[in-house]
Design a protein around this ligand. Structure first.
Ligand code: C2O
Ligand code: CU
Ligand code: CU
Length: 519
């Protein structure tokens, strides 16, 4: 029998200071098993209510999980080999979490709405998980954009760490918080011959903040968005008081003294993490949202806002016997600790993996090649109930579509952040390149709408120079990105990936159209 530092009786899930850290081993999400493989992999994955233990000393917590798993099962896909998934909802009729007043008709509708989006995937609109393509249990009710039960993922894209999660209109924050998220890896032959650490040395890390009631049930505030008359300064957000990785609180991972590939995903509702390993150990970043970089980037720290991914290679070989804490330097205290790596396992075989000198050669589009430049504001406002909300381009989700890129064209989008908060802006279907961020005169903009820059262009951070699908649009900055619209036409979305912002109303439709000519 194992002995632990503290008896279970002293642990109160609502009081983080009573929860001992590094007790549980980091779980690795199970690999999803296809129902059959015939030219394509076919899966049926069902959303279920289930019990999950976030910590050895916690009672079981009721959560929602894909196939009853928290985190969801990892889907292993090969580039260019299609995967078809029937996403099924077998959740109870009543939501696990308080459904406070919500936009988009969710209020007063008892049925639990879900839809699944594969974040980072190049897919047709019908399989993208449009927020209005929601379905309730057994498809009893469906949203206005619902088209099909079986989603088709062609995987016609290079290897990358993708993730799937709920995206139902007005209620994504609660569905994802309840547990509806998982990994989806695409691998390709080029990546395989690079000799990166693989198998049990390739570790996914899904980081989420949580809060609990004393009985171990999930805590989410009754009202994440009170009316402005209650507190005009309260904007929608959620910040937990504990950290989970792959569904365990402050876990530890016993590692061998060798190289590991770590795939980080921030699947939190609102908060970002500035990650650092053991007081500033060096490691190599090898991938961003869109997969492998041209060259590894040597780093000691990086920022991961919601939905962003970063892959790194850490060499533990010089740290035999050491215990290294993965820190979040954004805050002090419990939330400043993510997990611990214990370099206590013996080396089971010689480490022949490597940090390659060169990885994927990449041609990024250049600013001069843009067919269109869009100026898009990020601003705070109030909704019809006088509650604080955020807006994109001063419009709500229900306003008619205004972003209509032409297939075959290249666009630059400039996010003008008028708030004092960073917003992780995500665009479906495409990967983009971050061009730069540039400080501007906010007062001047509010006076007459003119953009007066107050400093030079700031290059993207060293860790965000690959393909991205989510970008930190920093306050006080105009953040410029460039992308090409290649294969698909139809209805997609773009939004802030802070889930409380997305729900309260920082999401907009995007329609890719066939133009008469390129422009
Ligand atoms: Cu990960 Cu539209 O979202
Ligand atoms: Cu997405
Ligand atoms: Cu936001």
């Amino acid at each position: 029998m194992k002995t632990h530092d503290k008896p279970a009786a002293a642990v109160d899930p609502s009081k983080p200071e009573t929860i001992p850290k590094f007790i549980d081993d980091l779980p690795i999400p199970v690999t999803a098993k296809p129902n059959h493989r015939e030219g394509k992999d076919y899966y049926e994955i069902t959303m279920l209510q289930t019990k999950h233990r976030f910590h050895t000393f916690f009672p079981p917590t009721t959560v929602w999980g894909f196939n009853g798993q928290y985190a969801g099962p990892t889907i292993q896909a090969d580039s260019h080999k299609p995967v078809h998934i029937k996403w099924r909802n077998n959740l109870p009729d009543k939501h696990l979490l308080p459904v406070d007043r919500t936009l988009h008709g969710v209020e007063g509708n008892p049925e639990v709405r879900t839809v699944v989006h594969l974040h980072g995937a190049h897919v047709s609109p019908d399989s993208d998980g449009n927020p209005e393509a929601w379905f309730s249990r057994d498809f009893a009710q469906t949203g206005p954009a619902f088209k099909r039960k079986i989603y088709e993922y062609p995987n016609s894209q290079p290897g990358a760490t993708l993730w799937y999660h709920d995206h139902a209109i007005g209620i994504t924050r609660l569905n994802v918080y309840a547990g509806l998220a998982g990994f989806y890896f695409i691998r390709d032959p080029f990546e395989k011959q690079l000799n990166l650490p693989d198998g049990k040395y390739d570790i996914p890390l899904m980081i989420q903040d949580k809060a609990f009631h004393a009985d171990g049930s999930l805590f989410y505030p009754e009202n994440s968005n009170p009316p402005a008359s209650v507190n005009p300064s309260v904007l929608p957000f959620f910040v937990g008081n504990t950290i989970t990785v792959n569904g365990k609180l402050w876990p530890r991972l016993k590692v061998e003294p060798r190289k590991y590939r770590l795939r980080f995903l921030n699947a939190s509702n609102t908060i970002g993490y500035t990650l650092r390993l053991g007081d500033g150990r060096e490691f190599y970043q090898i991938a961003t949202d869109g997969g492998l970089l041209e060259k590894p980037v040597k780093l000691q720290t990086f920022l991961l806002e919601p939905a962003e991914r970063a892959e790194i290679i850490v060499d533990f070989s010089k740290f035999q016997g050491k215990k290294m804490i993965l820190q979040n330097t954004n805050v002090e205290g419990d939330m400043g600790v993510i997990m611990r790596f214990d370099v206590t396992l013996p080396l089971s075989k010689k480490d022949t993996s490597q940090v390659p000198e060169h990885m994927r050669p990449t041609q990024f589009p250049v600013e001069e090649a843009a067919d269109k430049i869009r100026l898009l504001t990020l601003s705070a406002s109030t909704d019809k109930y006088n509650r604080p909300v955020f807006l994109l381009d001063n419009r709500t989700w229900d306003d008619p579509v205004t972003e209509k890129p032409v297939r075959g064209s290249t666009e630059v989008w400039k996010f003008i952040n008028l708030t004092d908060f960073p917003h992780p802006m995500h665009i479906h279907l495409v990967f983009f390149k971050i061009l730069h961020r540039r400080p501007f005169d906010l007062e001047r903009f509010q006076e007459d709408g003119s953009i007066v820059y107050t400093g030079p262009e700031v290059e993207p951070e060293p860790y965000e120079r690959g393909w991205k699908d989510t970008v930190n649009a920093a306050p006080g900055m105009v953040t410029s990105i460039i992308m090409e619209f290649k294969e698909f036409t139809g209805d997609y979305v773009w939004h802030c990936h802070i889930l409380e912002h997305e729900d309260y109303d920082m999401m907009r439709p995007m329609k890719i159209v066939d133009g008469p000519e390129k422009f």
